[in-house]
Design a protein around this ligand. Sequence first.
Ligand SMILES: *Cc1c(COP(=O)(O)O)cnc(C)c1O
Length: 389
Amino acid sequence: MKKQTKVIKIQSERTHNRENSTPLYLTSSFCYEDAAQGKDLFDGTLEGNIYSRFSNPTVQEFVDKICVLEELEDGVATGTGMAAVFACFGAHLSAGDHLVSSKALFGSSHQIITQILVKWGISYTYVDASAPESEWEAAIQENTKMIYLETPSNPGLEIVDLEMIGRLAKKHDLIYCIDNCFATPVLQVPSQFGANLVLHSATKFMDGQGRVLGGVVVGTKELIEKVRFFTRQTGPALSPFNAWVLSKSLETLHLRMERHCSNALALATALEKVEGVKQVNYPFLDSFKQKDLAKKQMSAGGALVTFELEGGFERVVRFTKLLTIPSLTSNLGDSRTTITNPFTTTHSKVPTEDKYGLGIYEGSMRVSVGLEDIDDLIQDFTQAILGSK
Ligand SMILES: *Cc1c(COP(=O)(O)O)cnc(C)c1O
């Protein structure tokens, strides 16, 4: 069976009620038939659910689907994407260890690395996402334990060469951990390039409709075992309700990503021709610097488009007032087109010089292109850009 069929077919065992849709096990704990069964469950003689901080059938169903999509053995779901990021670090890095990471990261991931891990004696080296292999390799030290990255990055859409990093991780025997949130496993499967730990903010495209928070980590059995110990004890469990929503949403992920990507490519192409737009970034645009690399490792360009408006932040305010379709919000991966000004929102705490280094300017806009009719979107963006001159 192909993945698209599997994500529809995988589900908790049908109950005596003969339900067609998947049941929701909204329960904090599970009963023992007798005290002996309780003992066996706790000492591991018997495998089964005990308490939903440890495991839950609805949550497991969601994890099973992600394992199939990411082609990895085992996984753990978390309450948010950030809990997934922190669980990967917390489970695998110890005092004295060193992390090599791409510089272009989600804001909170950057905060964890630079403000929290360092408190516990875990050091890091940042490398530019598009740096050559020699630069990535030079960052690796004796005590390096993990390489961490996002590709495409947020909001710069920089592409990291997954195959090249896979080669380095293997050569230096490092954990190769990727936040695959922007591409989703529909567009890019990092394990095919050697990644052995892949995480997601399920809040984004996996939900796809802006309703619930969630996260997930999948990887090799050996690496997940440590992540599972970490999350069991520290407690960032995914709610069964959110898992149920996410599991149902995965049934339409392939279909949604197809439309997100075709809409995004069409909008990016149209924006390039509108007066007042300085620079449009989209991985599958002909003008995109890393287009060849993007096409090598992704099957489509994703839903995110960024562009810079001439006229700085004052123009941004006028432009967003004139837009009628998109929601002005910092979330992404929604059926609704969402738009934000990263300079003053998601990246407001990053020093200005660093923002410029990441290609984030006062007039930069990040668009997560939704599932609306593409002609309506192009028309709306065009009138708002021209009208805000
Ligand atoms: C949103 C996001 C996160 C954090 O996920 P939450 O579910 O908000 O905790 C991490 N990485 C990337 C790339 C994201 O877009």
